[in-house]
Ligand binder design. Structure first.
Ligand SMILES: [Zn+2]
Length: 670
């Protein structure tokens, strides 16, 4: 029998769950798993937290707790949030278990025995102030490929390329802000070039993978694989199992995917069948499907299969990696450090979990980045769910209760328009199946809502409220067809809205066991039971509140960047005085620059100042301003600038600093 093993990318345990995680690798996996279950397939869904790495040990240090306490906290909160979103993993583990440590060490040793690991001395960045080697994520600089100024030492978020930290241009330590020094250290490297021919051959068999994933890998391979260090000089992680590697741990990227296996082992134990995991991982018939965001593509399609393929046990390799692109928020890239995200626990204080499932599914970043906006959230809930689906259910049920005591009879002889309504539904359902099979959730959602939409149209056209007066059977026929549509929708939409669809089926006295083969089971009677609205409208005020909250948390958490400390002697080198502006004019062809003549106390200086977007020349004349006057003179657009006017910036607007009361020009500032 075909077995399916689904994973969601392990979530880094340094913060709670946010909607980017949900859209990137959880919701799409959960929907797929639920669909497979509808189809009666043997499927398990595995995940957990990725507990290792320097950011976690640094954060724990800051909070004065152990890394273990920190990751346990976030593992627990993620588990709870997932549950409230009806995301049901068969096992949600973590990578800081002893089982995982042991397995990761075995993986390392097997690769070493097979001749795929080399020991090398290399140069690494070292923060002299904090006396530690800098983890890649703690170095920032300019990307050597795309020149983005905010590349990290391991990867550039702008172009997505993996980076060797020592190649960063103008590197700086994120811990101290200083330029790090390079020091020698010994590490163990995965010999990726040696895997290349095999990997290429294997990837040739993956022509059915999503285009965005295949293109990413092919461009990566074309640049040529390089050896990658899989150990690190930090104290929190899986110890390297070698005598001469004291104080070193496996790189978090090496051990994290092994967590899928250790989590499956944990699951098997919980089932009371400790060897059950083998029937998935060591069975060539298993379809291993990794759901993840695009930043995880290289690790899961190149490094991970390479690592898996050289183990003593014969592991199944990934069958598919349907990676999603990124979810943006209100038009901007999500960022947890800038608090530009929606935390699931915050969302749940205001709205039902399933509503988020619906909106993220309807707007899934499957082929390109998509944008979550609160306005769109409101529109989708109010229009698709409330006005279309909710309306079809409501009008059908209310009518049935009012005129038929809730009993809708089967109808053998159907009119042309009734047959048509059912045919449209049946055709659409085969599109829905195809969409679910190919991870196109957006399309599936749209098709299902279209069934409800055509149901409403059919209801309007057959006018049961008129027929009831003259031809009761005709009115019943409309209700019967709509009830059949609602039955089909309740099953098709189950992967996306499991609890809501259970509610819907309860109102119709249909079985709470969801099964795809019941989707088309015509000609029965329906008995409508207790009825209540499935959805309610989201008001403008509720959305405005969310937008305000988003802005407020961002303002509160915007991180202030500090420069390194200076001594008093450094400060004393600055000569700052009050100057009086005598003349001011625009510099031709320049958008921002003004040319000024300033009296600094019986001495005139020519100054070029970039303030013309904030000040008109004439409003500056006569103003007394704070100035730095011993900066090296330099020529700007042909004009020599012999001093600098001090100004403060507020969201792009420059404001010059003026003395609090009138004071003689030339007065020294200290
Ligand atoms: Zn780049």
């Amino acid at each position: 029998m075909e077995r399916i093993l689904v994973t969601s990318a392990l979530t880094y345990a340094n913060g709670p769950l946010h909607i980017g995680h949900v859209a990137g690798s959880y919701l799409n996996a959960d929907i797929f798993v639920r669909y497979c279950k509808l189809k009666g397939k043997d499927v398990i869904y595995i995940g957990g937290t990725d507990d290792h790495g320097a950011p976690i040990s640094i954060k724990a240090e800051e909070e004065g707790i152990s890394p273990q306490e920190l990751v346990a906290r976030y593992n627990k909160s993620m588990k709870e949030d997932l549950k409230k979103l009806s995301i049901e993993l068969d096992n949600f583990s973590s990578t800081s278990t002893s089982e995982h440590n042991k397995l990761s060490q075995d993986f390392f040793l097997n690769l070493m025995d097979a001749g795929y690991i080399n020991q090398k001395t290399s140069k690494q960045f070292y923060d002299k102030k904090h006396k530690r080697f800098l983890p890649d994520r703690y170095i920032e600089g300019i990307c050597p490929y795309c020149k983005s100024p905010e590349a990290r030492g391991d990867q550039c978020d702008s172009c997505g390329k993996l980076i060797d930290a020592v190649n960063l241009i103008e590197p700086r330590s994120k811990i101290s802000g200083e330029t790090p020094v390079i020091k020698e250290t010994t590490h163990w490297y995965l010999n990726l070039p040696k895997f290349e021919p095999e990997l290429r051959k294997w990837l040739e068999t993956k022509k059915y993978w999503k285009d965005n994933v295949r293109n990413f890998i092919l461009s990566w391979l074309d640049e040529g694989l390089i050896e990658r260090a899989i150990t690190r000089d930090i104290d929190w992680g899986v110890p390297v199992p070698l005598e001469n590697a004291k104080g070193k741990v496996l790189y978090v990227w090496f051990d994290a995917p092994i967590g899928y296996i250790s989590s499956t082992k944990e699951w098997a134990k919980r089932q009371g069948k400790p060897d059950l995991w083998k029937e998935y991982w060591l069975n060539p018939e298993t379809k291993l499907i990794h759901f993840l965001g695009k930043d995880n593509i290289p690790f899961h399609t190149i490094i991970w299969p390479a690592v898996l393929s050289k183990q003593k046990d014969k592991y199944v390799l990934p069958y598919d990696v349907p990676a999603n692109e990124f979810l943006n928020l209100e038009g901007q890239k999500m960022s947890t450090s800038r608090s530009w995200t929606v935390w699931v626990e915050d969302y749940l204080k205001y709205f039902e979990g399933e509503l988020l499932r619906y909106v993220l599914a309807a707007n899934a970043p499957e082929t390109k980045d998509s944008d979550f906006t609160w306005k769109d959230f409101q529109n989708k809930i109010n229009n698709d769910l409330n006005n279309v689906l909710g309306n079809l259910a409501n009008r059908t049920f209310i009518f049935a209760k009012k005129y038929f005591d809730g009993k809708i009879e089967e109808e053998l002889e159907l009119s042309e328009s009734s047959q048509m309504a059912l045919r449209i539904c049946k055709d659409t359902l085969s599109d829905v199946e195809n969409s679910f099979n190919t991870y196109q959730v957006r399309k599936a959602v749209k098709s299902i809502i279209d069934i409800a939409r055509s149901g409403n149209k059919y209801f309007d056209e057959t006018k049961p409220w008129k027929e009831i007066k003259t031809n009761k059977q005709k009115a019943n026929e409309t209700l019967y067809v709509c009830a059949e549509l609602l039955n089909a929708i309740s099953i098709a939409l189950y992967p996306i809205l499991p609890d809501k669809m259970l509610e819907l089926r309860k109102m119709m006295n249909l079985s709470g066991k969801f099964c795809w083969k019941d989707i088309w089971d015509l000609q029965r009677r329906f008995i409508i039971g207790e009825v209540s609205p499935l959805f309610k409208k989201i008001e403008d005020a509720e959305i405005e509140k969310q937008l305000e909250l988003l802005k407020a948390t961002r303002k509160g958490k915007e991180k202030m960047e500090h420069k390194s400390e200076i001594t008093f002697d450094d400060f004393e080198k600055l000569e700052m005085r009050i100057g009086k502006i005598l003349e001011a004019e625009n510099i031709p062809k320049s958008k921002k620059l003004l040319k000024l003549k300033v009296d600094i106390g019986g001495e005139e200086r020519s100054v070029v100042a970039g303030i013309s977007e904030s000040y008109e020349p004439k409003e500056l004349i006569g103003k007394k301003v704070a100035m730095l006057i011993n900066l090296n003179p330099r020529k700007v657009m042909g004009v020599e600038s012999q001093a600098m006017i001090l100004a403060a910036e507020d969201e792009g607007e420059l404001v010059i600093l003026v003395p609090e009361k009138d004071i003689k020009e030339g007065s020294e500032i200290s």
